[in-house]
Write a protein that binds this ligand. Structure first.
Ligand code: PEP
Ligand code: MG
Length: 554
């Protein structure tokens, strides 16, 4: 038996043969050229091709692993157009007369080295991103295809390191677990393994994984260990760990069918966030009380033209029918910024997060918006629909959106197509402007849902896509956000409307008590986090003063 120790990334025990994947080695030899102009053109063309490829990967990844994890490809795009990176490459071609691939390889090596020397795990992880993106660039310069990982049986995949793009393209049905020699827990490969629920460990050190190809092994993702050909005693211990973890999971199932109620009787709703029909089974499996956020823009992504009214209607109707009368909050299209939809032909903007996106885009394109609204209204006949408007900053936007909803209703009446009259209209509170004006806005809508992802980005003035600033989204920095949220809650309740949370922070169990104390009425999280959140709520005891608030219903 041989034991390798690393860092745990995602829990679980995986048993099976090891499959060693040797990453593509881009071989680049030192070469000089006489026609530097032609070489620069070669580099620019490869850069354009690599950028287009990353756009494709991003679109595919969104439907596979969700927007957050897919954003690695946006980061890679940023690296490709990074000023310092590009200038250094061009200088090496123009001044040193190096070939394009050699200039890229040399520059990438220097940049990666800078990151590797840093002490933080996070920055070490970025060295892999630089290698990934520069290899892609070199492949295009050399006109070579990327090698994909072809697995023909269920294996524990091991490699020196894995690029996020390799992980993203894996055939998951054959991946029992992942082990890498290097990497960091913050690397995107780690993030992806967690999202895809694959037991994984990283950083088992430089070694002989390649020589272990084909040998049987057990991966302990809970404790970060890999046992190659484990002896009987170790196998028994691993069986025990597995049984205990399964029991914990089973215990969690006991919370199915229970209320989300604190020890002193305060009850709130726990809903689930979805991207489409495919997530509904998971919503039921985890016993969510409703859908707190259906990101409707996901229907528009990863395709070359807009879904028409019928296609949208079909999707919304399916979700409503399958939720069998439980609340389904469908957010109107929240495109733009990081969720770029190419067929909208949006102009390039210096600050897309502050640009033509979301409700702004819909109000600029009323016909497109009304198409979605008609589809939503028609679908309302099949369940309990609530419509939610994203990125609101003032009352006028609400008035304009409501006027378009009325126009859509008039059109449906003319067509004799039915819709329900009692559909609730709410807004997301995800801009500081909406939070500040929440007392006024609460008088115009039926509910609020706080989008902590964007609200935090705008409150902190920190780009949520910028991995270098990730630490701004950690616990200590939530103070300003929490004060804002408490104010929004008070304003909502003053005017008798409920308020939910649908950003990622809703799943932070360290904040659940704080949310309950401020009077949040509903929290919406990824389906698999519904039961852990219910368990947490049921262990909380609030003080008397807070219990008096009284709950508003969605
Ligand atoms: C948010 O901003 O918190 C939110 C839920 O919306 P999205 O993450 O889709 O922008
Ligand atoms: Mg948002």
């Amino acid at each position: 038996m041989k034991t390798l120790n690393g860092k745990a990334v995602f829990g679980g025990i995986a048993r099976g043969p090891l499959y060693y994947h040797r990453q593509d080695e881009t071989t680049v030899s030192k070469r000089t050229v006489s026609d530097t102009k032609a070489e620069l053109e070669r580099y620019e063309l490869a850069r354009e091709q690599a950028t287009a490829e990353l756009d494709d990967l991003y679109e595919q990844a969104i439907s596979k692993v969700g927007e957050n994890e897919a954003s690695i490809f946006l980061i890679h795009k940023m690296l490709l157009s990074d000023d310092a990176f590009c200038k250094t490459i061009k200088r090496r071609i123009e001044m040193d007369c190096y070939s394009a691939d050699y200039a890229v390889a040399l520059t990438a090596r220097d940049f990666a080295m800078t990151f590797t020397k840093m002490t933080s795990d996070y920055f070490k992880g970025r060295a892999t991103d630089i290698k990934d993106v520069s290899d892609r660039l070199i492949r295009h310069i050399q006109d070579k295809q990327q090698k994909t990982i072809e697995l023909h049986e269920k294996v524990i995949l091991c490699a020196d390191d894995l690029y996020p793009s390799e992980t993203m393209q894996l055939d998951l049905s054959n991946v029992l677990g992942i082990v890498t020699c290097y990497g960091s827990t913050n690397s995107h490969t780690s993030i992806l393994a967690r999202t895809m629920n694959i037991p994984a460990i990283i950083g088992v050190g430089a070694g002989d994984l390649s020589s272990m190809h084909g040998r049987s092994a057990v991966l302990d993702g809970f404790n970060g260990r890999l046992f190659v050909e484990p002896d009987e005693e170790t196998s028994r211990q691993l069986d025990t760990i597995e049984e205990e973890e399964a029991k914990k999971k089973e215990l969690l199932k006991r919370f199915k069918g229970r209320k989300n109620v604190t020890l002193d009787g305060t009850e709130i709703e726990v809903f689930a966030n979805i991207g489409g029909m495919k997530d509904i089974a998971n919503v039921h499996e985890n016993d969510a009380g409703g859908v707190g956020l259906f990101r409707s823009e996901f229907l528009f992504l990863g395709r070359s033209s807009m879904p028409d009214e019928e296609e949208q209607f079909y999707n919304y109707r399916q979700v409503l029918e399958q939720m069998k009368g439980k609340t389904v909050i469908i957010r109107t299209m929240d495109a733009g910024a990081d969720k770029n939809i190419s067929y909208f032909g949006l102009a390039k903007e210096a600050n897309p997060a502050l640009g033509v996106r979301s409700i702004r885009l819909c109000l600029m394109r009323p016909e497109m918006f009304k198409t979605q609204l008609r589809a939503l209204l028609r679908a309302s006949m099949y369940g309990k629909l609530a419509i939610m408007l994203p990125l609101i900053v003032d009352m006028e936007e609400i008035h304009r959106a409501k006027a378009l909803i009325e126009e859509a209703k008039t059109q449906l009446r003319a067509r004799s197509q039915p819709f329900r009259e009692d559909i609730k209209i709410g807004i997301m509170i995800e801009t500081p402007a909406a939070a500040i004006l929440s007392d006024e806005l609460a008088q115009e809508v039926d509910f609020f849902s706080i989008g902590t992802n964007d609200l935090e980005q705008y409150v902190m003035a920190v780009d949520r896509q910028n991995l270098l600033l990730e630490n701004y989204f950690e616990e200590k920095t939530h103070r300003a956000l929490l004060r804002f949220m408490a104010m929004v809650c008070d304003n909502a309740h003053r005017f008798g409307i409920p308020v939910g949370v649908c950003g990622e922070l809703g799943a932070d169990l360290n904040l659940t008590e704080e949310f309950l104390k401020m009077g949040i009425d509903e929290i919406s999280v990824s389906p698999s986090l519904v039961l852990p959140l219910r368990q947490r709520i049921r262990a909380i005891k609030l003080d008397e003063r807070k219990q008096l608030k009284g709950q508003k219903r969605f």
